[in-house]
Design a protein around this ligand. Structure first.
Ligand code: IPE
Ligand code: IPE
Ligand code: MG
Length: 226
């Protein structure tokens, strides 16, 4: 399952509080959804936490989100260990502030042997940037004579994305009603089922996840066949 966690700002607006409060509540939802995925036996949960384009927000908001990320990772590590969660991250991670990067590396290393839900945080992530980086790596390999242009297949390109070794999402959920992808996993969601709810991310919970899974179960996936 992949999720575009949207609507923290609108939640804050609706409640007459600062955007930061919305993000804080959104952080609580993350824990709730990880727990639910564990309970439901979902193997991989990929969460869009910060996009390449989100760097364009105000400095105050970006700083708040980065601090929240470090704090979240630090505080939740014991719980992740206890719940057997394995953490991964995708995106231009070198763009993150040093404290975030270090805490992220620490949490990823600490949870490496865990065998429960694989939680993938998409941070400073943009799908076009990811595909471009893969194209660049392949071009270098051709230049060095390691491969020829004809060796480039969808599988080889996929193996050069941040998500190499991760399964493609079967279900993409977006909260707060927007019918768009916002530069998320463009390659990987080729055949994902889509589910959008008007519920804002801080309000997302069991009921919404179960509704999404129920809808998914009722779909007939044809993959272009009949
Ligand atoms: C999602 O909530 C969180 C991030 C993008 C970091 P938003 O902050 O985009 O909330 P809205 O879309 O303004 O309601
Ligand atoms: C997508 O939400 C990015 C994340 C959830 C991290 P945005 O709020 O940034 O997307 P747009 O601006 O509505 O497309
Ligand atoms: Mg938004």
């Amino acid at each position: 399952v992949a999720i575009i966690m949207d609507g923290n700002g609108r939640w804050a607006e609706q409640h007459g509080v600062a955007r930061a409060k919305g993000h804080e509540r959104g952080g609580k939802t993350v824990q709730r959804v990880i727990d639910l995925c564990g309970e439901k036996g979902i193997g991989w949960l990929t969460l869009y936490a910060f996009s390449t384009e989100n760097w364009g927000r105000s400095k105050i908001e970006v700083t708040y989100l980065m601090n929240m990320l470090s704090k979240y990772l630090r505080e939740r590590l014991p719980e992740m260990m206890e719940k057997n969660v394995r953490l991964h991250a995708i995106g231009e991670l070198h763009m993150l502030p040093k404290s975030c990067r270090e805490q992220l590396e620490k949490s990823i290393a600490a949870t490496r042997e865990n065998t429960g839900v694989n939680v993938v945080l998409a941070l400073s992530y943009g799908s076009r940037q990811e595909i471009t980086a893969a194209a660049r790596q392949l071009a270098r390999k051709v230049q060095k004579g390691e491969i020829t242009p004809d060796d480039i297949t969808p599988e080889l390109l996929g193996a050069h994305l941040y998500t190499a070794d991760m399964p493609d999402p079967d279900l993409l959920i977006r909260t707060s009603g927007e019918m768009r992808i916002s530069n998320y996993l463009l390659w990987q969601i080729s055949y994902a089922e889509l589910w959008v709810t008007d519920v804002l991310w801080p309000d997302f919970g069991r009921e919404e996840l179960e509704a999404a899974l129920l809808s998914y179960r009722g779909r007939q996936r044809r993959f272009g066949k009949r």
